[in-house]
Ligand binder design. Structure first.
Ligand code: PEP
Ligand code: MN
Length: 293
C-alpha cells in the first residue's frame, strides 16, 4: 500500500489548516495540551495492580512533574496465563486516583464492547501495539470522540499506522496522538526488547499534523536504557513521552507486568526536568513530497 496515492483525512495535505509543516494539531487531555512547544510527560505503572500501588505511583508521578497518569486496567498479555489486569476494578481505582491527585487518566481498551465503559472512566483511550489493526476497536474508539493514544504495531509501516489512525478519524474523531513504542528487529532481546524508531518521527510529522509521543519503556524493555532513549526521542521531535514507573518503595520483583523496564520516580523527575528544558524541535522546510508506505 502506498499512502501517497490515497486520500486519508489524517494526512497533512488533506487537512488544509495544517498545510504548513510547522503546525501540529493539538490534542487536549484533561486540560493538558499535547502537540504544543512544550513536551508532555505521561507516566504511571504498566498495570493497575492495587489501589495503594496506583495511588503511590500517581503521587510520585505528580511530584516528579508528570502531567498525566497512564495505567492499564485491561492488559494485553502475550500469554493467556499472565496477569490480565484488574479490569473493571482497575477502572474504578483509576477514577478514584484521578479524584485524589487531579491527574488525567490514560488507559488501554482492548475490546470494542468495552470502549463505552472505559471511555466513561478515562480521559484518553490507549490502543495498544497488538490492537493497532483491530479495526472494530478503532471504529468504536472513533465514535467516542475522546482523545485516543494510538500505539504503533511493532512491525507496522508508516502507511499502516496512518491507516489505523484514519479508522478513528473517519468516525469524526481527530483527537488522535500517535505513539512510537519500538519496532521489532533481528536484535530482539539480545540487548533491548525493541528498537525505538527515531527515523520515523520526522516523516510522520511531515505526513500528518497529529502529535507524536515516544515510549522508551516498551521500546527498550530495560530500565537502564529508558533515560537515554527518552532524550533521543525528544531530540528527534516527539511532542511528549510515555514512561512506566515503579512505586517509590519500588520492589521491582513484585511487579506483575513489565517490571524490568520501570524507572524510579527519581529518574522520572530527571527526565521531566530535561523535557522542560527543551522545546519540541521544528522540522526542516521545504518539505520533500513524502512517499509513505
Ligand atoms: C503498555 O503500554 O503497557 C503496552 C502493553 O504497550 P504496547 O501495546 O506498546 O506493547
Ligand atoms: Mn507495559
Amino acid at each position: 500500500m502506498n499512502v501517497s496515492s490515497t486520500d486519508l483525512s489524517v494526512l497533512r495535505r488533506c487537512w488544509p489548516e495544517y498545510a504548513d509543516v510547522s503546525k501540529t494539531h493539538r490534542v487536549t487531555v484533561h486540560g493538558v495540551e499535547i502537540g504544543g512547544a512544550a513536551p508532555v510527560v505521561i507516566a504511571g505503572p504498566c498495570a493497575v495492580e492495587s489501589y495503594d500501588q496506583t495511588l503511590n505511583v500517581a503521587r510520585a508521578v505528580r511530584a516528579a512533574g508528570g502531567q498525566l497518569l497512564r495505567g492499564g486496567a485491561y492488559k494485553p498479555r502475550t500469554s493467556p496465563h499472565s496477569f490480565q489486569g484488574l479490569g473493571e476494578e482497575g477502572l474504578e481505582i483509576l477514577a478514584e486516583v484521578r479524584r485524589l491527585t487531579g491527574l488525567g487518566i490514560v488507559t488501554e481498551v482492548l475490546d470494542p464492547r468495552l470502549v463505552e465503559r472505559v471511555a466513561e472512566q478515562a480521559d484518553m483511550l490507549q490502543i495498544g501495539s497488538r490492537s493497532m489493526q483491530n479495526f472494530p476497536l478503532l471504529t468504536e474508539a472513533g465514535r467516542t470522540r475522546m482523545p485516543v493514544l494510538l500505539k504503533r504495531g511493532w512491525s507496522s509501516t508508516l502507511g499502516e499506522w496512518l491507516c489505523a489512525a484514519e479508522y478513528v478519524a473517519k468516525e469524526g474523531n481527530r483527537n488522535i496522538v500517535m505513539c512510537e513504542r519500538g519496532v521489532r528487529t533481528s536484535c530482539q532481546w539480545s540487548y533491548s526488547r525493541n528498537i525505538f524508531d527515531l527515523n520515523v518521527i520526522e516523516p510522520l510529522r511531515r505526513a500528518t499534523p497529529l502529535p507524536i509521543i515516544g515510549d522508551p519503556s516498551h521500546a527498550t524493555g530495560t530500565w537502564t536504557l529508558v533515560p537515554s532513549v527518552a532524550r533521543a526521542a525528544l531530540a528527534a521531535g516527539v511532542h511528549g513521552l510515555l514512561i512506566e514507573v515503579l512505586e517509590p518503595s519500588g520492589d521491582r520483583e513484585q511487579h506483575r507486568c513489565d517490571a524490568d523496564q520501570a524507572i524510579t520516580p527519581e529518574t522520572l523527575a530527571e527526565i521531566v526536568a530535561f523535557a522542560r528544558g527543551m522545546q519540541v524541535p521544528g522540522i526542516p522546510e521545504p518539505a520533500p513530497a513524502p512517499t509513505v508506505k
